[in-house]
Design a protein around this ligand. Structure first.
Ligand SMILES: C[S@@+](CC[C@H](N)C(=O)[O-])C[C@H]1O[C@@H](n2cnc3c(N)ncnc32)[C@H](O)[C@@H]1O
Length: 286
């Protein structure tokens, strides 16, 4: 009797589903988040929002790192992940499309006497694997959700990594807050593409990744109603004066005041999902 070739049967190369197209179609319905200008504009506010974010600590605690390791942090932003990793690793390459985000990161690195961070002001789509070079650990934290053509980037990330890759994406039922606001304005609302599409793409690449839902309650706090309005604009697109007034009235009724004076939206509880794999376990025949 011929043994069943489990590896072959698990491969999905003849699948009728084009996962990359499915992902792309979903991303293209959302407000665009891939221009450096939009991230530059939001950088100072993003830095403020991150002060109340319990996600970085949770993610960093899950990343296996040794002090001789080199790290690539894709879409590093203001450095909430880069800086603690630089404190543990030999060096970190911090890549981001936003110059403003990198400026904030560099100021923080200088304040913490960290001199092992090299910044690259480019999009991941605009660099070749050989230009970046191999890194032991590759991290893409909350930075791939806006990339429409994701498959080549996943391939690039896997090629660059020597030991581990860690990617976080929005989990299911994301954009509840945005949907509620869009509904109020009579606008169509869309979800971020499902993270399982990325799992399927990885599976087709011979990567059977681990998946862990993150516990952290990220980005649910607002300093003021104006701050909450800014976040809504960032997430659903520009608002005219009339729309601003509708949202503001709704927020005044629905935001909860916390003991520290911040405001939160209790129904906005979408979580991130961590997808990670060990390079030595990748089926290289793919
Ligand atoms: C939500 S922030 C995440 C920042 C940080 N990694 C974190 O977890 O807090 C997304 C970052 O990715 C950057 N970014 C977006 N698209 C990118 C791309 N295609 N290539 C590189 N960076 C990108 C943005 O400029 C922004 O700084």
């Amino acid at each position: 009797m011929n043994p069943i070739n489990t590896n072959e049967s698990l491969k999905n190369k003849d699948s009728e589903v084009n996962w990359n197209v499915l992902w792309k179609e979903a991303v293209e319905k959302l407000p665009k988040k891939t221009s450096s200008k939009s991230w530059d504009e939001i950088a100072p506010q993003f830095d403020e929002w991150m002060k109340k974010d319990d996600y970085p600590q949770e993610l960093v605690s899950k990343i296996k790192i040794e002090h001789e390791d080199t790290v690539l942090d894709i879409g590093c932003g203001n450095g909430v992940i880069t800086l603690p990793l630089a404190a543990k690793a030999s060096s970190v390459t911090a890549l981001d499309i936003s110059r403003k985000m990198l400026d904030i990161l560099q100021e923080k690195a200088a304040a913490q006497n960290l001199s092992n961070i090299k910044v690259i002001n480019k999009g991941i789509e605009d660099v070749e694997a050989r230009e970046i070079g191999y890194h032991d650990v590759v991290v893409a934290s909350r930075s791939l959700n806006g990339i429409a053509d994701i498959q080549p980037e996943l391939e690039k990330i896997n090629k660059i990594a020597r030991k581990y890759v860690y990617i976080t994406l929005w989990g299911v039922d994301n954009r509840k807050f945005e949907s509620e606001m869009a509904e109020l304005l009579g606008r169509e609302s869309y979800q971020h593409p499902d993270y399982t599409i990325v799992l399927n793409l990885l599976h087709e690449m011979g990567i059977h990744a681990n998946v862990e839902p993150m516990k952290s309650n990220t980005r649910n706090f607002y300093a003021t109603i104006e701050d909450a309005l800014d976040r809504i604009k960032w997430r659903i697109g520009d608002l005219n004066e009339e729309e601003k007034a509708i949202i503001k009235e709704h927020l005044e009724k629905s935001l909860t005041k916390n003991p520290d004076g911040s405001l939160s939206f209790s129904r906005s509880n979408s979580k991130w999902v961590l997808i990670w794999w060990e390079k030595s376990k990748v089926n290289n025949e793919n």
